[in-house]
Design a protein around this ligand. Structure first.
Ligand SMILES: *Cc1c(COP(=O)(O)O)cnc(C)c1O
Length: 416
């Protein structure tokens, strides 16, 4: 091993020996990757993606056939009626914001049935004060906690029977919490139960980090609308920015009018040359997600064997690409993140410090030496500096770079 990486022989052989014991898990990941690859290539073939779609538009962006075909390809993959896939979405948070503001009206109530939503949505909803929140428009918010890591069916049914709920939000990935993520089977089950009492409530899924981890996506099990980021799974590390919303045609139309302008809808929005990258990133995505999963499984096993609490365990069925590792103190946590940063292709020489990131409640440390700023489908790691000291590791465009990152992070906490 080149000594620039400063990986000791001990760490090197320890991680290699862990890898040797993960054949079964890796095979399962490869099988899912093949299913999702078939899904993607079928969508490209069905929609006759062609050289002419790789160009882009400027200005208003009328007649952008590349943008249109991308949205058709997304609809084929998600088995949805329509999609909005745009570089104008700044991030996943923005896509979720647009979707919520598009579908809710003053006096409406939204209900989260997976407890407190992702940190950046607190100001969007108005859980934390903001003069532009949904709450400031008179939109109400309620939440039901998970019960023993499953849905609280009794409470959900009771609230749906007793009051008018306009929209239910289900966040699959656990974000910065210690709950379990929501698998596709349990999603299918809760949607079935919801529909027994309420045929109309809009069921919206925050699908961030979950795309292509399983063989099915939320619309296939009855969700109305699904939302995510293009600098996570579906961007494949190539899409330079953006987000997506996919689902019922009437809902996508509301979202397009909200993102752009009422009346302009999906017809506008110039793509400035990013169509090629969105398509290429999507094409690579099943494999990139598989690599990320293998990196997550390897890190889980390595740190489990070193005595740290990990979630999920290496042999658990995974729902998203995120691996959490609990450290014993803030120093270990920070050194782990620094190791990941030092193993990155971009800004490897930076010494990370925790900082007050907008939208988050605690100081956060983020390792993200990525080609696309903040891209968390690239090997990255973030952690709020609060008890329990959990690092959330995710991404990795190729398995080998991820494996090197794990070695450097382990080395960095072992040496200190
Ligand atoms: C990443 C993420 C989001 C959106 O975050 P952005 O950084 O704005 O893209 C929302 N929900 C969950 C569960 C996420 O993981």
């Amino acid at each position: 091993m080149d000594n620039i990486l400063k990986i000791s022989a001990d760490v090197d052989s320890f991680v290699d020996s862990c890898e040797n014991e993960l054949k079964e898990e890796f095979n399962r990941i490869d099988d899912i990757c093949e299913v999702n690859s078939a899904k993607v290539i079928s969508a490209f073939i069905k929609n006759k993606v062609s050289e002419v779609h790789l160009g882009g538009t400027t200005g208003y962006g009328y007649n952008d056939i590349g943008r249109d075909v991308i949205e058709d390809v997304f609809s084929s993959i998600f088995k949805s009626e329509d999609s909005l896939v745009r570089g104008q979405f700044v991030s996943g948070t923005h896509a979720l914001t647009v979707a919520l503001f598009a579908m809710l009206r003053p006096g409406d109530t939204m209900l989260s049935i997976t407890g407190k939503p992702y940190d950046t949505l607190e100001e969007v909803i108005g859980i934390k004060d903001n003069a532009s929140s949904l709450k400031s428009y008179g939109i109400n918010y309620k939440e039901i906690e998970l019960l023993n890591n499953s849905f609280d069916y009794e409470k959900i049914k009771k609230i749906l029977k007793n009051e008018k709920i306009k929209l239910i939000e289900i966040q699959r990935s656990r974000g910065y919490s210690t709950r379990e993520s929501i698998g596709i089977d349990s999603l299918a089950n809760v949607i079935k139960e919801i529909r027994e009492v309420d045929k109309e409530v809009i069921i919206m899924i925050d699908n961030c980090y979950c795309e292509f981890v399983s063989e099915r996506e939320p619309i296939e099990v009855g969700a109305d609308i699904v939302v995510g980021s293009l600098i996570k799974n579906l961007g494949g590390g190539i899409a330079p920015t953006g987000g997506y919303i996919s689902g019922k045609k009437n809902l996508i139309s509301l979202c397009a009018d909200r993102l752009n302008s009422p009346g302009l809808g999906k017809e506008v929005g110039s793509t400035l040359g990013i169509n090629r990258y969105i398509l290429q990133g999507l094409f690579l995505s099943p494999n990139v997600v598989a690599n990320s999963l293998k990196i997550a499984v390897l890190s889980s096993y390595v740190f489990d064997k070193k005595g740290y609490k990990v979630n999920p365990k290496h042999d658990d069925r995974r729902v998203d690409i995120v691996q959490s590792i609990e450290f014993k103190n803030p120093d270990e946590l920070i050194n782990f993140c620094r190791g990941i940063q030092n193993a990155s292709p971009i800004d490897s020489y930076v010494t990370l410090e925790p900082w007050d990131m907008p939208g988050y409640n605690n100081k956060v440390i983020m390792a993200s030496g990525s080609f696309i700023q903040g891209s968390s489908i690239e090997l990255s790691c973030d952690a709020p500096i609060r008890k329990p000291y959990i690092a959330y590791l995710q991404g990795g465009l190729t398995y080998e770079y991820g494996k090197i990152g794990i070695k450097m992070a382990l080395e960095n906490i072992s040496r200190k």
